[in-house]
Design a protein around this ligand. Structure first.
Ligand SMILES: Cc1cc2nc3c(=O)[nH]c(=O)nc-3n(C[C@H](O)[C@H](O)[C@H](O)COP(=O)(O)OP(=O)(O)OC[C@H]3O[C@@H](n4cnc5c(N)ncnc54)[C@H](O)[C@@H]3O)c2cc1C
Length: 291
């Protein structure tokens, strides 16, 4: 059995304390949240932090609430909490749908929203969800906070804009009227990572699509997003033709590669089909019926 390299352990008592500890211990220290990505990496010696700064006791980051025109989700919200949140589901059923398909109950009981986004795994589901919802992330640093669109947060596989002494504290999603959302994922077996998955958000006003978000995962989409497909929908009436065109654009502009989960053309086919399904269900949640 593989064991991690030796490390020291500190328990943060507040967000400010976590940032101070990150500054004190420097780039060889790492925050640990649910530990479901970091600990396996440490056991494989792919990560060798000298100090772990535990943020599990920061209850100040464990909330889902409506604040003004945003649904705000703290970084320490566990997958299971988001999966079962009536408040989140009331505005965006995509959360419960996606969360039910992330890993298994053991992982969902412990893994966090913040850890998922900061791990920046290219096959991560919540990145596609929050990209579809055009969320913002809130980042705390020594002199305050900064807010950035999720589209600017990930800089590549396993990398983000976070500095060594910053922590993600919150994700905020704009509240929208007349809006539907849905998540579609294909995995090899229950609890596995996606072969491909698509999240969709559609807002319909006066019979036309006024806003659309399409998040893709596991297919190397630029910033987890199908921007060309989103743009193609805006200003059009919701229809099967508009959905088919957007799905085709999503499949054309992503960049899947062959691996143990399947060949490239199969993944592209999945993106097209899952985009159709996710958009169709999202539109039907925005309107009584879509023709
Ligand atoms: C068997 C298994 C199957 C899985 N299947 C899926 C799946 O199908 N889909 C999916 O999306 N995910 C899946 N996951 C990943 C799971 O969702 C993890 O919970 C997630 O990747 C990491 O969250 P965590 O809280 O455990 O983060 P940790 O492992 O604690 O941390 C991950 C990284 O983020 C950093 N970090 C954590 N929180 C913060 C913060 N607030 N601010 C700054 N940095 C932070 C850490 O320093 C570390 O670098 C799976 C995991 C396992 C073990």
């Amino acid at each position: 059995m593989q064991v991690p390299a030796p490390f020291d352990y500190r328990r943060a008592t507040s967000v400010g304390d976590a940032i101070a500890l990150l500054q004190d211990y420097g780039p060889d220290s790492r925050v640990i949240a649910g530990g479901h990505s970091l600990l396996p990496m440490m056991r494989l010696r792919l990560a060798r932090p000298e100090v772990l700064i535990d943020i599990n006791h920061l209850t100040e980051l464990d909330y889902i609430r409506v604040d003004g025109s945003f649904l705000k989700i703290g970084a320490m919200v566990r997958h299971v909490t988001l999966q079962t949140s009536h408040l989140a589901a009331e505005y965006y059923p995509i959360f419960a749908e996606a969360e039910a398909q992330i890993a298994d109950p053991l992982v969902r009981n412990r893994g966090t929203v913040g850890g998922s986004l900061c791990q920046a795994d290219p096959a991560e589901d919540l990145s596609a969800v929050f990209s579809a919802l055009k969320a913002n992330v809130v980042i705390a640093h020594r002199s305050g906070t900064r807010k950035v669109p999720i589209s600017e947060f990930h800089t590549g596989p396993y990398t983000t804009i976070l500095e060594a002494d910053e922590i993600l504290t919150e994700v905020e999603v704009p509240l929208r009227s007349n809006t539907g959302s849905a998540y579609e994922k294909v995995e090899r077996r229950v609890g596995d990572w996606a072969i491909a998955a698509v999240g969709a958000m559609v807002r319909i006003e006066e019979g036309l699509v006024s806003e659309a978000g399409i998040g893709l995962t596991a297919v190397r989409a630029d910033h987890f997003r199908a921007k060309e497909a989103e743009d193609s929908l805006v200003g059009r009436p919701p229809s099967t033709e508009a959905i088919a065109e957007a799905a085709s654009l999503a499949a054309t502009h992503c960049d899947p590669f062959a691996d143990q989960r399947g060949p490239e053309d199969y993944k592209r086919h999945l993106v097209e089909e899952l985009t159709k399904r996710a958009l169709s269900r999202a539109m039907n949640r925005s309107l009584p019926e879509v023709h």
